[in-house]
Design a protein around this ligand. Sequence first.
Ligand SMILES: [Zn+2]
Ligand SMILES: [Zn+2]
Length: 207
Amino acid sequence: MVKLDPALIDEKCERTTCIDCGSENLTRDAAGLYVCGACGAHRPRAVIITPDIRWWLAADGEYWHQTAGIFVRNDAGEYLLFRRTRFPFGLTIPAGHVEVDEDPAHAARRELLEETSLDARALHHLGDVDIPGDSCRRGADAHRWNCFVTEAGGTQDVVLNQEGISPVWRSLPEMRAATELTLATSFLVNLYDADLRPAAHAPGRGR
Ligand SMILES: [Zn+2]
Ligand SMILES: [Zn+2]
């Protein structure tokens, strides 16, 4: 749990601090780790506050972010996963932070395009859910997810950006059995299991 001082709630606030000691004396090494000049920690994440993404503090001081995620289903009924090159490591669905003044559906489309080069067709909104314990590189240990599902275009190739490697298509049972999912992706696969079954959002169901 990362707690922040409510005094930081300032639209123009922008800073990066050590997740261990709070020092702003941070540099990044060649591997992308945050290196603290005060306490010596080398970490894959820092507490980063920027005015461009949606964030808030809960009553207990917990630092929250908002994230849009999208399940992309192909004609074979499989879903797109890729391996994250940044914290949190593991297999993920395309996802990313929702920007200030950005509609979550727009964020889902934008992240899908940025991370995989895929253009989303119609989005189906699966739901919104708070996931405490979902940690990110920017220092939050809690995220509110806006989750969507879409059908992949038959002729589009997946081209990952620097945030991911090794794209794979996995059936729902394969995703449920996968042991390398990120915490959030695992949570969402289980939560939306019924909605992710192939017939659940097929055309003609009126959904
Ligand atoms: Zn430190
Ligand atoms: Zn975050």
